[in-house]
Design a protein. Structure first.
Length: 133
């Protein structure tokens, strides 16, 4: 189940609403890899199909693009290789950059991590607005 969150700057008024987490359709590989660019889709298919790894997890997380500064929900694909090492692929920003800073939404909700406004650099207020499947 995913969350609908609102991020708002009380100083300059910047605001965005994001859908983070994972939903019921996130267990369909061909559907979720559409969140990723063509090259990353090929890498994901290679890891899952050729590596025989059937255990993987996809979710969307709050992220900030280091190139354009946009805050958005970015897809993250996680699995492990044959030796148990974690393999992670992140989707790119809409601007095409793969230089993404991911946030941990659990830490944000616990007050252990902060997200800052891309316009004025003030801390954003993060409010849960609901849930989605």
């Amino acid at each position: 189940m995913g969350q609908l969150v609102n991020l708002k700057c009380n100083k300059c008024g910047y605001e965005t609403n994001l859908s983070i987490g994972s939903g019921m359709v996130f267990n369909n590989l061909e559907q979720v890899i559409t969140f990723f660019d063509k090259g990353t889709r090929e890498k994901i298919r290679d890891v899952v199909n050729k590596g025989g790894n059937r255990l993987w997890y996809v979710y969307k997380e709050i992220a900030r693009c280091e190139k354009c500064g946009k805050i958005s929900a970015i897809a993250v694909f996680k699995t492990t290789d044959a030796d148990g090492r974690e393999i992670v692929f992140n989707a790119k920003c809409q601007c095409g950059s793969s230089d993404i800073q991911l946030y941990d939404s659990e830490k944000i909700s616990e007050g252990k991590e902060k997200v800052f406004c891309p316009i004025c650099a003030e801390e954003l207020a993060v409010t849960e607005q609901g849930h989605w499947d």
